[in-house]
Design a protein around this ligand. Structure first.
Ligand code: SAM
Ligand code: SF4
Ligand code: F3S
Length: 474
């Protein structure tokens, strides 16, 4: 149950969203693909690259799995449970495939990279295996699979950023979009599989990021999230303009597109976030007041074992600095309970750093050992699952309390809200977000507004997850 709770609230465990149809009903397509995505925002952004590559090759998309010629599943390996979910889905696809002659199944993303051609052998679940850096080869692999060949490309690259590919916005509300600014990760946190599934870190051409963001704005989008596993280490040598672009300068460049375009970014590593990033936020009202600053653990010894390269004190000083320079900034985190050798007192340190940091929200997990990671090779996964889960429960309960307290502090305040669409429960209410990334719901009343508009809203009530407000006209 707990696992479910934590998985459910974590953005990075978005479960198998199938995308909307992007095809033109008038057009004749070579084949139709159906794509389902799991995992983090980067995976969802990658599915939009894949859709772009396939549509250039004459493929159309469908949201009806039964009418697809090709089922694609973009996968995540971050925890064992994520992989189990995908295996279950693959067996369901196998049944659909048996009913539809000629249908093929392709596995993309991190699990494809981790398991490579084993996936073709195992129970014949898939026909095509493509890792995150090999999507350009997908059309060729589809042809190979049609010819009955083994279609696998899991080569990782040091250069690939898909900079020149304009993503096809698949399940977009037309207001928010992801923009990938880098790929891979060099950090080698000992628990994490990402450096193995996504390869070395590389930054995308700054000009192409600027252009994609500007195009989005010109097409009506009002909020972009710059994505990377470690955005603060963005580093691009711009030979055309003879300059170095770091993350702070990239933020400023993108923020200058228009004051009406909100900029978010994720994820920040506590060791890399600089004062310059905070100064960029101060100077640009449209860089959102929210930093996702995962702590993972509040105990210095555990942090060392995790290879996070900062201490409890260093982390606290980063929180202090954010509070000092950007006082209205929300801070969110990722937390892992029950990492190797964690004692009760270490866990208490995690609870106390949560209190210290007053997180507005956290994504919370219990430790799941991943094959091939440094932790798997070096340490014993020695905390019993029941202890991992009961510690996670304490973390979740504390976070619920902190989230509610943070939202209660907003009651009576007025926020500039970007309208994202109708609220889930009623089409007479709007749903939007504050700069701090909090969801706010408020009645439409008789105002002529539409999604993508900004409006001032005064908060009068809240739950731990949502603010409730009323439009403020003054
Ligand atoms: N790059 C980001 C960072 O450093 O914070 C996050 C990357 S990871 C995709 C998202 C989160 O998953 C991590 O912050 C961590 O809390 C969690 N995670 C990663 N590996 C895990 C594991 N083996 N078991 C449990 N949680 C894990
Ligand atoms: Fe994984 Fe650490 Fe890289 Fe984040 S920074 S992706 S947790 S190795
Ligand atoms: Fe999962 Fe890969 Fe993202 S392992 S969290 S999809 S980078």
């Amino acid at each position: 149950m707990l696992d479910y709770v934590s998985e459910k609230i974590h953005d990075e465990s978005r479960q198998g969203e199938a995308f909307l149809t992007i095809s033109d009903p008038q057009k004749q397509y070579k084949k139709r693909f159906y794509i389902e995505s799991y995992g983090c925002a980067m995976n969802f952004a990658d599915s939009e690259i894949v859709a772009s590559i396939l549509s250039t090759e004459g493929f159309g998309s469908t949201s009806n799995i039964e009418e697809a010629d090709l089922i694609l599943i973009n996968t995540c390996s971050i925890r064992e449970k994520a992989e189990q979910t995908i295996r279950k889905r693959l067996t369901e696809f196998k049944k659909i495939k048996q009913k539809n002659k000629g249908m093929m199944v392709g596995i993309l993303g991190c699990m494809a990279e981790r398991l490579k051609s084993n996936l073709l052998e195992e129970e014949k679940l898939v026909d095509i295996v493509v890792g995150p850096d090999a999507y350009r080869s997908l059309p060729g692999l589809i042809m190979e699979a049609e010819d009955g060949q083994k279609a696998v490309n899991v080569l990782l690259s040091r250069e690939e950023t898909y900079a020149d590919i304009a993503p096809v916005r698949l399940s977009s509300n037309g207001v928010n979009a992801f923009v990938s600014i880098m790929r891979g990760c060099n950090n080698m946190c000992s628990f994490c599989v990402v450096p193995f599934t996504r390869g070395r870190e590389r930054s995308r051409d700054a000009e192409s990021i600027f252009k994609e963001s500007k195009d989005l704005f010109e097409n009506g989008y009002r909020e972009i999230t710059l994505l990377g596993q470690n955005v603060d280490s963005y580093y691009f040598v711009d030979e055309v303009n003879d300059c170095i672009v770091n993350f702070a300068s990239l933020l400023k460049k993108v923020a200058a597109i228009s004051p009406l375009l909100r900029i978010r970014f994720s994820t920040s590593h506590p060791k890399d976030i600089t004062d310059d990033v905070l100064f960029a936020m101060i100077d640009h009202e449209n860089i959102c007041r929210h930093i996702h600053l995962p702590v993972q653990s509040g105990n210095t010894r555990i942090l060392q074992l995790m290879n996070r390269t900062y201490t409890r004190e260093w982390y606290k000083s980063k929180v202090d600095r954010i509070r000092e320079l950007v006082p209205d900034c929300s801070i969110t985190s990722d937390l892992i309970s029950g990492f190797c050798t964690e004692e009760e007192q270490d866990h208490k340190d995690t609870l106390s750093i949560m209190e210290y940091s007053q997180y507005d929200l956290s994504y919370m997990y219990f430790y799941s050992e991943r094959p091939g990671t440094l932790a798997e090779k070096r340490y014993n996964d020695d905390v019993p699952e029941s202890v991992k889960k009961s510690r996670l429960q304490e973390i979740v309960l504390l976070q619920n309390k902190l989230s509610l307290a943070s939202n209660k502090k907003d009651i009576g305040k007025i926020f500039k809200v970007l309208i994202e669409g109708d609220s889930k429960k009623s089409d007479t209410d709007w749903k939007g977000k504050t700069s701090q990334n909090k969801v706010i719901v408020f009645p439409k009343e008789n105002f002529l507004l539409e999604k993508g508009d900004y409006i001032k809203v005064k908060v009068f009530d809240c739950t731990q997850a949502t603010l409730f407000g009323k439009i403020e006209i003054a």
